[in-house]
Design a protein around this ligand. Structure first.
Ligand code: TYD
Length: 230
């Protein structure tokens, strides 16, 4: 371990409810006394935000799969340097909405780029930063497509380049997430994302608490009070 903090990532298909769960979990952990940084990909830095605008809102065929992958990693390299590593070095829990597993699932399984290409970029650009825990919220691809449609209509927003993809694309992405979970069972947990926000949060909370306990992480305030892990 090169730093005292922990990187926890949330992953899943568009419309799986990740962002809501990241916000809820961050609030719960802060309330328990943990120092928490919340961030997301693509985004998280000024340039990351610009990359987000390109990959989400350019014309659908304007960005080739390899360019899309390179842009994701360009944003990630900067995100790691400017946001994630400083927080990990300061001993924080970093909750990140999407990370490298999104590149494997979307650009790898979704767009068909070989896993080794993505692995090479990760080795070159990520300074050894890998998630300590990854929670994948599993939903049926059809549910995701319906939810993003509702969300966009409610916000009068148009579908992103990814949301314009058909159900087959999201089926492949889901396959990718399952394969990631199969390959790395110690790091990655598949969590059922169907159900109410509270039900899903209960499941997420349980996985995060198990992880923190196993990692020997306690909230500073509780530690100082000598309390046992909740
Ligand atoms: P976003 O609006 O954040 O989706 P959500 O709220 O569902 O997470 O959009 C991020 C999109 O970018 C999403 O469709 C997945 C895609 N993406 C990749 O394809 N590769 C990546 O490496 C990352 C980080 C995201």
């Amino acid at each position: 371990m090169k730093y005292p903090g922990k990187l926890i990532t949330l992953e899943g298909l568009d419309g799986c409810g990740k962002s809501t769960q990241v916000a809820l979990e961050a609030e719960r952990l802060r309330h328990s006394g943990f120092p928490v940084t919340v961030t997301r990909e693509p985004g998280g830095t000024a340039v990351g935000q610009q990359v987000r605008d390109i990959v989400l809102h350019a014309e659908r065929d304007a960005v080739t799969p390899l360019a899309e992958l390179a842009l994701m990693f360009a944003a990630r390299a900067e995100h790691i340097e400017q946001v994630i590593l400083p927080a990990l070095r300061a001993g924080e829990l970093v909750l990140c909405d999407r990370f490298t597993d999104s590149s494997v699932a979307y650009q790898g399984y979704g767009r068909g780029i070989p896993w080794e290409v993505i692995g090479s970029l990760e080795n070159l650009l990520c300074q050894g930063v890998r998630p300590d825990l990854t929670v994948i919220l599993e939903i049926d691809p059809a549910t995701g497509v319906i939810r993003t449609g509702h969300r966009n209509r409610a916000a009068s927003e148009s579908a992103t380049r990814f949301e314009q993809e058909g159900i087959e694309f999201f089926d492949r992405v889901r396959q990718g997430y399952r394969e990631i979970a199969r390959r790395e069972p110690d790091r990655v947990r598949l969590v059922n994302g169907q159900g109410s926000i509270a039900e899903v949060h209960e499941r997420v909370q349980q996985v995060v608490d198990e992880f923190l306990k196993a990692a020997g992480k306690r909230a500073v305030s509780q530690f100082e009070q000598g309390a046992d892990f909740p």
